[in-house]
Design a protein around this ligand. Structure first.
Ligand code: FAD
Length: 195
């Protein structure tokens, strides 16, 4: 059975396959590099923003005032954590809970029948999802309008001002790092740093 060994160098993957029962049959196959600098599209921008969440979009709002020569790079689902699963849908739910809780105050305001109010969980969640979708669509529309200045994918630093993402090498004069940081205790914090 051929044995395959892989050697990974920065930016280059080589696979060597050795068919050995005896040395005469030994065969070496060099699989062409799957990622080389030559195959990558190189791009030069003034600013690269990493992360299209709340922090990244705030950075984008400031950056676009001074230059059109930027890219916004986002890995994972779009629409921001805040709109998809965070602040916004949770506040819709809290608002519904507050509205329902108000039934206890209605009687003394002269509004009768509050004790008959009931929660329909199915409709509640339908409402939350519907507003969530509206919030997320709004964000997606904004970033889609950026065309090729919006790059979908996780970026890696090659150098402090060179990023690799989706077969592209982005050379940026400045990089804004706006990705959510997870700490060891599971808490998250918002960061947006520039390099
Ligand atoms: C249930 C809940 C309720 C919340 N309520 C509130 C609230 O009431 N008020 C409040 O202020 N906050 C609230 N938060 C917190 C708030 O949602 C987050 O702090 C905020 O969304 C973080 O924004 P961000 O831009 O830093 O991150 P995100 O919106 O998560 O955006 C970061 C983006 O960067 C991408 N990314 C990561 N690594 C890379 C990479 N290498 N290259 C490219 N992209 C990358 C991620 O995939 C992500 O899309 C709540 C959170 C939750 C879960």
């Amino acid at each position: 059975m051929p044995r395959t060994s892989s050697f990974v160098f920065p930016g280059v993957v080589l696979a060597i396959s050795l068919a050995v029962p005896n040395e005469q049959n030994a065969q070496i196959t060099v699989v062409l590099p799957t990622r080389t600098r030559g195959m990558m599209k190189e791009r030069h921008v003034e600013v690269a923003i990493l992360g299209a969440g709340t922090a990244g979009l705030s950075a984008y709002n400031e950056v676009r005032k001074v230059t059109d020569n930027f890219v916004l790079i986002n890995g994972g689902p779009g629409g921001t954590t805040c709109a998809r699963v965070g602040c916004m849908p949770s506040k819709v739910l809290i608002q519904i809970a507050n509205d329902f809780h108000r039934r206890h105050a209605l009687e003394k305001e002269g509004i009768r029948g509050g004790e008959h109010l009931r929660i329909d969980q199915r409709i509640v969640l339908q409402h939350v999802r519907s507003l969530r979708d509206t919030f997320v669509q709004g964000v997606l529309k904004t970033v889609d309008a950026l065309g090729d200045r919006m790059i979908h994918g996780y970026a890696r630093f090659r150098k402090p001002t060179v990023l690799e993402v989706e077969q592209q090498l982005i050379h940026a004069t400045a990089v804004f790092i706006c990705v959510r940081r997870h700490s060891r205790n599971g808490q998250t914090s918002r960061i947006c740093r520039s390099s």
